[in-house]
Design a protein around this ligand. Sequence first.
Ligand code: HEM
Length: 152
Amino acid sequence: MRRISGWGTLLVFVAVTVGACASMRPPTPVAMPSLYKRLGGREGIAIVVNDFAANMVSDPRVNDRFKDKKPAELEAFKSKVADQICEATGGPCSYYGKDMKTAHEGMRITEAEWNATVENLVKALDKNNVDARSKQELLAALGPMKKDIVGQ
Ligand code: HEM
């Protein structure tokens, strides 16, 4: 029987070592889908906004603000909020509505109304099983708008 030569042993050693290193390489990181995608794209956002608007309209803490709105006006409001969220979360949309300061000018929206509105949004996100991280990211994207909405 022939013995494996020194070179043969070295070759086997190198092959095994290189193979082991290759399999130990950390996995290539997979890019996190945009928040827009995680919210379910245009369709998912439209469903969340629809539920959010329904919560607002049935919430005595804020529904005085919407009581005089005609159904077409409410639809236009939902469509604008959906475009705004789509754009803010990395989706292929553009928001053409008023800037937040102008949109809420003269309304004198209170801190309590802001909190109720955030609660109504969270309720809509929960109803649609949006995960905790995506929920936090959306709230963080909308949070800076508070200074242009409350007390204007
Ligand atoms: C992050 C929070 C909010 C966002 C992103 C938001 C977004 C918007 C948008 C996009 C519009 C439509 C602007 C336009 O007509 O061009 C709007 C209008 C309006 N918002 Fe807000 N808003 C927020 C908070 C609030 C709060 C706290 C209230 C009061 C409780 C409120 C009450 C209204 C009302 C009454 C209108 C007018 C609707 C109409 O004219 O048909 N919003 N808002």
